[in-house]
Design a protein around this ligand. Structure first.
Ligand code: AVW
Length: 290
């Protein structure tokens, strides 16, 4: 009797541990798959379900809330967007294929408002959203409409492909990557006055020449229009000086060669987080960026 009791309780214990283990594995799998900027190619996934509805609704929402944007026509924007990649091999959509689409969207980006980021997506967007003092690409209509979405077409068909689209690194000229390169180039070309760049000091190469910031945006900065570039390297380790690292030295050389004025400063992540949690509306001053 005692022995059976012992057996039953051991059984329960195993099944409880078993369930917890399965739960933990599930949570890890789900959280990995929803991570923005996941590096795993996702060949099995196709175009985001309801892409057209999502894009048009986001577009209408945006132009409703930003009065200066009312000249934009969301149906025309959708048409131009889909014409950029439909009927094309999803590994052969060129950056220039989005040219017409980019010109269909009318938006002025005020000087001194542009925020660029690399490997700091979360904190940069949280900062822009909380303070409303700067704009990232994803705060512009172009970026806002496409943020987090996936799309592709196929050759010899005018339909979206909902079954399978190439992943970000699977082939260079996939429709999503070419779009973000084109939109980023445009956003960088429009930058004027003082601009802020948030880099990640907790990785070996805060400035990565292969990133969109390093390979696209930095090349489109116009020294005639940009007064000053504040490079800010965000880190959770106090006293780390990423501004002195090799990768930042590379960035410095590129900026100097392009006659762009800049400085670099290491900033504690906690300072930015404090500001996000207790912002001064329409002011960037809750962080000492200077
Ligand atoms: P990032 P970037 N799979 O943090 O400098 C899917 O490296 O490149 O910063 N999506 C990806 C992948 C991937 N393997 N790698 C990157 N991405 C996408 C536009 C993903 O959406 C703004 F204006 C990730 O969040 C910034 O100044 C994003 O690319 C600059 O370009 C950024 O990757 C940030 O581009």
């Amino acid at each position: 009797m005692t022995c059976r009791k012992f057996y039953v309780s051991r059984c329960r214990l195993f099944s409880i541990f078993g369930s917890i283990l399965i739960l933990v594995i599930l949570v890890v799998i789900v959280s990995m798959s929803v991570q923005h900027g996941d590096n795993t190619p996702t060949t099995t996934k196709g175009t985001t379900t309801n892409l057209k509805t999502i894009v048009i609704e986001r577009c209408r929402d945006y132009i409703r809330t930003v009065p200066q944007m009312s000249s934009n026509n969301c149906d025309a924007i959708w048409e131009a967007f889909q014409n950029s990649f439909l009927g094309k091999d999803p590994c052969n959509v060129k950056v220039e294929d989005y040219d017409l689409f980019i010109t269909t969207v009318q938006q002025d980006i005020p000087c001194n408002k542009s925020l660029f980021w690399s490997k700091t997506s979360q904190i940069a967007h949280d900062f822009a959203k909380a303070t409303k003092c700067l704009m990232t690409l994803e705060d512009t209509l172009l970026g806002y409409m496409m943020d987090g979405l996936k799309w592709c077409g196929q050759q010899h068909s005018k339909e979206l492909n909902y079954t399978s689209c190439p992943g970000w690194i699977e082939c260079e000229f996939n429709p999503v990557r070419s779009f973000w390169r084109r939109a980023s180039a445009h956003f960088a070309e429009l930058a004027c006055g003082n601009v802020l760049v948030m880099l990640n000091g907790s990785i070996d190469t805060p400035f990565n020449k292969q990133s969109i910031f390093g390979s696209v945006e930095i090349k489109r900065f116009d020294s005639e229009k940009i007064n000053y570039i504040s490079i800010r390297v965000i880190d959770s380790l106090q006293d780390r000086v990423s501004c002195n690292s090799m990768s930042l030295e590379d960035l410095g050389k590129i900026l100097k060669n392009a006659s762009l004025n800049f400085d670099c400063k290491d900033i504690d992540k906690s300072e930015v987080e404090r500001c996000i949690n207790d912002p001064i509306p329409y002011s960037c001053d809750c962080v000492n960026w200077k």
